[in-house]
Structures are given as C-alpha cells and as structure tokens.
Design a protein around this ligand. Structure first.
Ligand SMILES: [Zn+2]
Length: 180
C-alpha cells in the first residue's frame, strides 16, 4: 500500500506505537513502505493503480479537478478546524475552485449517496461476517462508521462534485482574465 501526505506542511503531532510521527515516517521509508518520508499521510492511497491525470486520481488524491496536480484542500480532512476548506485557485493551473457562491451545496447529494453506500456496505458485511447480529448492533455500527468517516466523506463529496461539474470546463475552468 502506498501512502501519500496530502498536505506536507501540516504534520500530525500524534504518535503511533510510541514512535513520533517523524520517526514513524523515517522508519517506513527505511522499510520501503513509503518512498518519500516527507510525503506521507494517515490516509492511505486507496488505489495505487489509479493513473495520474484521471478523474479518479483527482478524487482519491484530492487534486485539482482541472489539471489533477494542484492541491484541492487547504488542510487534511481530519484537521477539523479547516475541514473542507478549499484553495481559492489551483496552486498549479490557477483554475478557480468555487465558480459561483454556494457551488458546493450540491455536494450534499454526493455526501448523502456516499453515506447510503457505506450503510449498505456495513450491512452486507454484517450479513456475511455476523449474520446473527442484533439489529441495534448493525444500526450502531453504521452510525459509528459514518460518524468517524464524516470528515473524509465531506471532503470526498466536495472533490467528487468538483470533478462532476468543473472538470469539463477546459483547462483552468474560467480563465483568470474573465473575472476582473
Ligand atoms: Zn489545477
């Protein structure tokens, strides 16, 4: 599994297994788990096979929907104070992320769909792994998973929405000249 740090400037201060995050990164680099210890994240790259430059790459790596290279968010999704805060423009291609006020309200529908998908996945997992589980366990687990995943889902819904409606607008979306 490949790990990528989405925001190299914001390093988590937590420690895992007694190792500080810094030591942990170095250790993982030494063992070849990560290539570059300075680009490391607590969110794993879900699919290292996804090709750079595709919409799926942009979504999974939280990259600009236009050029799929620049960062999309200001901070890690679990940095709750800044969760979901976007750059105004892509640091690489200068494409505008919010093309009109309230553009990201629609991401709510995406987030709802993701929530339903998770609920179904958890329910199916129960059917397979613990068919005798009482309903309150299933409901409780669905609730807990969605609660824990919600910062990630919130970020995911925004980047998916951006890919649905911005990606087709050509390089940079609205050209920077147009707005002044
Ligand atoms: Zn870009």
């Amino acid at each position: 599994m490949e790990w990528t740090w989405m925001d190299a400037d914001r390093r988590p201060s937590t420690s895992i297994g007694g190792l500080g995050m810094r030591q942990l990164k170095m250790e993982m680099a030494k063992q070849g788990i990560v290539e570059d210890p300075h680009r490391f994240t607590i969110v794993p790259d879900l699919c290292p096979m996804v090709k750079k430059g595709t919409a799926l790459y942009s979504i999974l790596h939280f990259k600009c929907p236009y050029c799929r290279e620049g960062e999309f968010f200001l901070a890690h999704p679990y940095n709750l104070r800044r969760a979901g805060d976007l750059h105004e423009r892509c640091p690489k291609c200068n494409g505008r992320y919010t093309i009109e006020p309230g553009f990201y309200y629609g991401a709510m529908y995406v987030s709802y769909a993701l929530g339903v998908a998770i609920a179904v996945a958890v329910w199916v997992a129960f059917l397979v792994l613990a068919p005798d589980a009482a309903p309150h366990w299933i409901v409780g687990t669905v609730g807990a998973v969605i609660l824990l995943a919600s910062p990630y889902l919130y970020a995911l819904s925004r980047i998916i929405w951006a890919n649905m409606f911005l990606a087709g607008r050509g390089p940079g979306g609205l050209p920077p000249k147009e707005e002044e």
